[in-house]
Structure formats: structure tokens, C-alpha cells
Ligand binder design. Structure first.
Ligand code: ZN
Length: 87
């Protein structure tokens, strides 16, 4: 695993919600941006979340309940599997 990842992908995914609605602390945002810059999967995930927001208008904390997070992680795992299979 690359050393650039001071946070792991699962952490990044949990931070992305706050990143997108602007509630993330500046320090956490920087950590996330660093990770996303180095991680294709999370960058793609962030783009997907932005696309979802463009459609739904917003993503609030209530949209990132544990259940919602599990759904997102499933999507994310599927995406990672697709990446592995296509490479
Ligand atoms: Zn990642």
C-alpha cells in the first residue's frame, strides 16, 4: 500500500460527506484532498457523489446514516472489484 495514504479509503469515504456539504474541518479536508489526489478509486467516488448531489440537490448528515453508509460502501466495493477485474 502506498505511503501517501495517511488515511485509508474507508475513512476517506466517511469524510467525503462532510467535505461535500462543507462541514468538514479544514485539517480533515486537507487529509481527504491528499488521499483523493493519490487514490483513483476515491477520486472517482467523490465524482460520483458530486453527480448524485447534482441530481438530488444536496447530501445532508441524515443521508449518511449508518444504513446509507453501508449502501455507499457496497457501491464502493463493487467499484473496486470492477477496477481489479478490468486491470
Ligand atoms: Zn482511497
Amino acid at each position: 500500500m502506498a505511503l501517501v495514504m495517511n488515511i485509508n479509503c474507508r475513512e476517506a469515504v466517511t469524510l467525503i460527506g462532510g467535505f461535500l456539504d462543507g462541514t468538514l474541518a479544514r485539517r480533515e479536508r486537507r487529509r481527504l484532498e491528499k488521499h483523493v489526489a493519490a487514490c483513483d478509486a476515491c477520486r472517482e467516488y467523490l465524482e460520483q457523489m458530486r453527480a448524485i448531489i447534482a441530481v438530488t440537490g444536496r447530501v445532508g448528515p441524515e443521508d449518511l446514516s449508518d444504513d446509507a453508509l453501508e449502501v455507499l460502501m457496497d457501491l464502493y466495493d463493487t467499484y473496486r472489484r470492477d477496477l481489479d477485474e478490468s486491470s
